[in-house]
Every structure is written in C-alpha cells, then in structure tokens.
Design a binder for this molecule. Structure first.
Ligand code: PLP
Length: 377
C-alpha cells in the first residue's frame, strides 16, 4: 500500500518535516480511552509528548479529565487555550517557581492546578505559600516505584509523608502518584509487565496501610506508556497518565508496547547524497530526530530510528543536519527519494519542531502548532 505522504507528489514536500498520521493518532487515543473505560480509570494524559492543543482536544473528546505536564510554562499555554484541570507532575522548588505557580492560579481562577510533593520540606514550602495567599493547593504524594528519580519510597516512608501533608493547612491531599519510567530499561515485555504490576501494587499496598491508620479515600495515579495496560488494570487504581501512547515510537516497538504500524509520528526526510553504494545521507540530523537511543537515558536501540519499508537500513550516526545511513550496496534508494522515519523517541522530536503536519486518511493536510514547544521552565 502507498504510504500516506505518497498521495501527494514528491515535490509537495519540503524536508525534513515531522508528520502525524491522523488515523493512527485517533486509533491510539481511542484505544487508550476504551481501555480506561473498561477498567473504570480516569485518563490524565501527559502532554509533554505532543505539546499541541489539537491533540489534547482529541484526548479530551475521548474522555480525558485533564492533563499532566512537567513545566509551569507548559501548564500556562494549555490553560490559555482553555484547559480546566492541569497537573504539574514535577517538584516545584524555589521562590520563583512558587510565585509563578500562584500567578497562574490568579490568572486562571476557574481552573484546577494540581502538583506533587515528595518531601516534608518541599510540602511545607508549598503549604506556606498557599496559606499566605489564602489558598488551598491540591497535591499528590509522589512515590518512587523503582525509577529512583524523585519520589518517596512506598510503604512506611510514603505513609509518613501522607500524614505530614494531611496536617498542613494550604494543601489538599489527592492521593498517591508514581511513574514507572524504569520500564524503559526492561529487557523483555514480561519484565515490563512485572514492573507495571509492581508500580500499581506498591501504591495499593501503601493506600491499604494508610486506610488501616484511618486515612481513606486516596486516589491512585499510575502510568507510563509501556506499563499502563498492566498497572492501569489493577483494581483500586483510579487514574492513568500515559503520554507517549498518542504517537508511540521505535522505543515502544522495541519494548513490545506497540507495532511500527501504530506509530503515528514520523519524520519525512530526503536523501541528499549517496557518496558510496552502501551509504546515503538524509537531511534529518540530530536537530530533527533528537539523539535518544531509548527513553530515560537507556541506549537499547541500535540506530537513530526505523526507516519505513527499509528494514535493513541503519541510521548509524547523526550530526546536526545530516543523518548517515548504511544501506545494502544494491538498494534501489536514490538521491532525491523521500524516506519516512519512525524516530526512537517521539517526545523530544516534537520539542524540536514548530509545527506538526497532520495527514488525514484521504491525504488532506493540516498544520498544528506545537504550542508548548521549548517551555523548559
Ligand atoms: C510523572 C510522569 N507521568 C507520566 C509520564 C508519561 O509517561 P510515558 O511517556 O511513558 O507515557 C511521565 C513521563 O515522563 C512522567 O514523568
């Protein structure tokens, strides 16, 4: 079958270009919504993957209760567009951050802005800032389910922090939250599933411990794209926060979380040179494809993306504007050809482009601006 971009003539395309197959995107969003409905969990997708209002609007239409982001700058642009419930799932530390958080709350008084806490000191600073403004901030206690990044350990340490937070005026405790990013380093789909089971179990057990101590009714929020179908199906989990699932990418394919066909985001690139029979150069380099060899710092992938329809080609190195690709000496690829690449990690690819070119099933094109691009603060 012709690739979608081939519905247009080759000359219509300027390259490199980040394209999204609308049909695949919708299928990914609908499949996650159906999963959530089946298991009675709310979806609060992480928008760092797409940073695009149009895609969040599709997620909302499919039932998302709000969004997750990492940065106040991301929260700001989505609130400006009308988001009503935003979770900044990152420890907000320092007076500048707290000023910006409360300035956002003042600008969008109708919206709910939630965040996370992972230590008594950080929680106390947030609480004090909220009290001094006569506000109450909804917060999750962030639990470390194995990533060893931020978060308090599950069980007694998490329960202790919950009780501290409960006593702090200015904070309203929502529940327990974790992100099993260590699943990206798993060696097999079975290990991904084990990590997903553990991700949910450690929160459910902590909540049960707290219920015994009289703290009931806590929400439980889990979710990374590889683990969510296991952790999100565990009874007592109430909310899931997958991000990458809207696009998927070569990392998810390698982990067994998606097939290449489900990957909705691709980079369209042109062959600009074939200096040797076995080597071509494409116009997508590190400034388009990003340098990840996996997510969360893993380097499980051999090349810098999968070239659709050329399984034997390896994108072996990137400089800023060039990709150097090994091909078979008798490959029919010629200078001027267009190639479609499934990148290793879709999220940083989006953060490197101003807009996404969205291709409908009938070849219609739309341009969606990446509104939260570069919002690193
Ligand atoms: C706190 C948090 N929640 C959810 C996600 C979404 O994970 P994924 O992109 O694997 O779906 C992330 C990703 O970094 C995260 O840090």
């Amino acid at each position: 079958m012709a690739e979608l971009w081939q519905l247009l003539t080759e000359e219509d395309w300027d390259t490199p270009q980040v394209i999204v197959h609308r049909g695949k995107l919708l299928a990914n969003i609908e499949a996650m919504a159906a999963f959530a409905n089946r298991h009675g969990v709310r979806v609060r997708p992480h928008v760092k993957t797409h940073k695009t209002w149009e895609i969040f609007a599709l997620q909302q239409a499919a039932g998302a209760v709000g969004l997750t982001c990492a940065k106040l700058g991301e929260a700001d642009v989505f609130l400006q567009r009308g988001a009503t419930s935003v979770l900044v799932a990152y420890p907000l530390v320092g007076s500048r951050k707290l000023e910006r958080l409360f300035a956002l709350l003042a600008r969008f008084p109708e919206a709910e802005v939630q965040t996370i806490v992972d230590s008594p000191e950080q929680a106390a600073a947030l609480a004090q800032a909220a009290v001094s403004r006569g506000l109450e901030l909804p917060v999750w206690v962030k639990v470390d389910s194995g990533l060893r990044r931020v978060g308090v350990l599950p069980g007694a340490p998490a329960a202790k922090l919950v009780r501290v937070v409960q006593k702090l005026a200015g904070l309203r405790l929502l529940g327990l939250l974790t992100h099993a990013g260590h699943a990206y380093g798993a060696a097999s789909p079975e290990q991904v599933a084990e990590i997903g089971a553990q991700e949910a179990a450690c929160l459910v057990e902590t909540a049960a411990m707290l219920a015994d101590q009289g703290v009931a009714g806590l929400h439980i929020s889990v979710g990374s794209t590889p683990t969510v179908r296991v952790s999100g199906a565990v009874p007592d989990v109430t909310e899931i926060r997958p991000g990458n699932y809207v696009f998927y990418d070569a990392t998810q394919v390698q982990l067994g979380a998606a097939t290449p066909d489900q990957c909705a985001l691709r980079v369209l690139t042109r062959v600009v040179a074939r200096p040797e029979p076995g080597r071509i150069v494409i116009d997508a380099g590190a400034k388009t494809l990003a340098l990840d060899k996996g997510a969360h710092g893993s380097d499980a992938l051999a090349g810098h993306g999968l070239i659709v329809g050329h399984a034997d080609a390896v994108i072996e190195r990137l400089s800023e504007e060039h990709g150097v690709v090994q091909i078979a000496a008798d490959s029919p690829i010629r200078v001027g050809d267009l190639l479609e690449i499934i990148p290793n990690h879709a999220c940083p690819v989006v953060n490197l482009t101003d807009e996404l070119t969205v291709i409908g099933e009938d070849g219609t094109l739309e341009t969606w601006p990446v509104i939260a691009r570069g919002k690193v603060r």
